[in-house]
Design a protein. Structure first.
Length: 485
């Protein structure tokens, strides 16, 4: 797209709320601004949803819930499949808007369009696979019938780092299961979700089934929704701290909850690994999305026998990354989402260096507009560095050495989180052993990208509970009913 086409695309993005699939201004009349993190310029002003808007959306969702639940699974499936096709048809629009509001390189935005759309196709197929069971009671005195029913209206709260995929990963299974859904997109990146709302309107999703409510301040919107007994589930992707607050708020109405929370992923390289392959994997696991991913490799634990070779090669690769606005053709790494996030990353790097870490490349924010941070490699990272405990969420690779397999696994597991972990080895016995020993919901063996619409995504411990994707993903939106006869 040329600059004029991009301007027209942004101008065509819906700016009002999607209330049950119909565009309306906020009841408050307020709007808020969305900015380009590469230069701080305002991209658009969108309607700022308030409590009244949320309750109107819930009333619509509750009213149509029985009808949507009774809609033939094949019909729900075909709507999702049509949305999949239309997202791909509008890939240019989605990718350019996503890059403008989130900052990622355009190539990565196109990658997210493919990934995000895949949830629509996957759950289009799952919609017609919802099953149950029928069996004789062991005592021989009747039959046991087990069926699955939709839980009811859902509130989905999505993050800014994957503004399309984190939405489709929740919307698609909810619609497939027969649930109505209200989506509260991240304040920084509402425009991509607005485009998705237009897709569902264009493929004929019935009014009331889906609402999209951007807001500059979440609690006044989500609090009344979660206090209303008509809402039956909340699904959230974001920080552990916010997730805990939502779980507490969900307790009063015993809402179903799915929590995909923070991560602190280890990336372990054993001495017998293919080092070049491990560096490739580390680049993917660490630098994808500028490190702004809950699955990003946060700690790179490398056997001391190969740590120099690995670190030298990784440093060379990371130092070669070109930073700049995501729309520039030669950009490898865009800005961080905002100045607040850049401050967090700088604080973690400064703390590690002050405690003895060595900067191999990068290490600071470049001078000029935009929330950029240099792609960075730190080695000799001390055990008390904050970035080994806190999620970096930025383009900073922290390398730490170990001497034995037991030490490497123990270091990898030395965290309260448990979302993803990665390791590289050419020993098949070690691969099976370590995969079992790593304490996380997902493990990548000799690969740096593990997300797949066909696989269950989620963590353990402080990384939350529930699964998104795979055959497991739709279960989060279904109740189990037992009928005795």
């Amino acid at each position: 797209m040329d600059s004029n086409s991009i301007t027209r695309t942004v101008a065509s993005v819906p700016r009002q709320l999607w209330l049950g699939g119909v565009q309306k201004p906020s009841a408050s009349g307020k709007t808020f601004e969305v900015t380009d993190p590469s230069n701080g310029e305002v991209i658009a002003s969108v309607a700022d949803a308030c409590a009244e808007d949320g309750l109107e959306a819930l009333a619509l969702a509750s009213q149509i819930q029985p009808e949507w639940a009774a809609t033939a699974p094949r019909v729900r499936s075909e709507i999702l499949r049509a949305a999949f096709d239309l997202v791909h048809e509008r890939a240019d629009d989605f990718a350019h808007v996503m890059t403008l509001e989130m900052g990622k390189a355009l190539s990565e935005s196109y990658g997210e369009v493919n990934y995000g759309a895949e949830f629509l196709r996957w759950f289009a197929e799952e919609a017609v696979r919802i099953g149950g069971r029928y069996t004789s009671a062991p005592a021989g005195n009747g039959q046991i019938l087990v069926t699955k029913t939709p839980v009811g209206p859902v509130l989905a709260i999505t993050p800014w780092n994957f503004p399309l995929a984190m939405g489709t990963r929740k919307i698609a299974p909810a619609l497939a299961a027969g649930c109505t859904i209200i989506v509260k997109p991240a304040e920084d990146t509402p425009l991509t979700m607005q485009l998705l709302g237009q897709v569902f309107a264009d493929v004929g999703l019935p009014p009331g089934v889906l609402s999209i409510l951007p807001t500059s301040t979440a609690p006044p919107l989500t609090g009344p929704l979660m206090a209303d007994p008509r809402l039956r589930k909340v699904t959230f992707t974001g920080s552990t701290a916010v997730g805990k607050l939502l779980v507490r708020n969900a307790a009063d109405n015993l809402l179903h909850t799915s929590m995909e929370l923070g991560g602190n992923a280890p990336f372990v390289v054993f001495a017998d690994a293919d080092i070049d392959a491990a560096v490739d994997g580390a680049m993917a696991a660490k630098m994808r999305n500028g490190g702004q991913a809950c699955t990003a490799a946060n700690r790179l634990h490398v056997d001391n026998a190969v740590i120099d070779e690995f670190t030298d090669k990784l440093t060379s690769r990371i130092a070669a990354l070109r930073i700049g606005p995501g729309l520039d053709a030669d950009t490898d790494l865009g800005p961080l989402i905002n100045e607040r996030q850049r401050t967090v990353v700088a604080r973690l790097v400064d703390d590690a260096v002050r405690k003895g870490a060595r900067v191999r490349t990068g290490g600071s924010a470049p001078v000029g507009p935009g929330s950029f941070f240099e792609p960075t490699v730190l080695d000799r990272v001390p055990s008390d560095a904050l970035l080994l405990r806190e999620e970096i969420f930025g383009p900073v690779a922290a390398v730490i050495g170990f001497d034995t397999e037991e030490e490497g696994v123990a270091a990898a597991n030395d965290t309260e989180f448990g979302l993803a972990s990665y390791f590289y080895t050419r020993d098949s016995a070690r691969a099976a052993r370590v995969a079992n020993e790593l304490n996380s919901g997902m493990v990548g063996v000799n690969r740096g990208i593990i997300s797949d619409a066909a696989a269950p995504f989620g963590g353990v411990n402080q990384s939350g509970y529930g699964r998104e994707g795979g055959t497991e993903g739709i279960e989060e939106y279904l109740d189990t009913k037992y009928v005795a006869s």
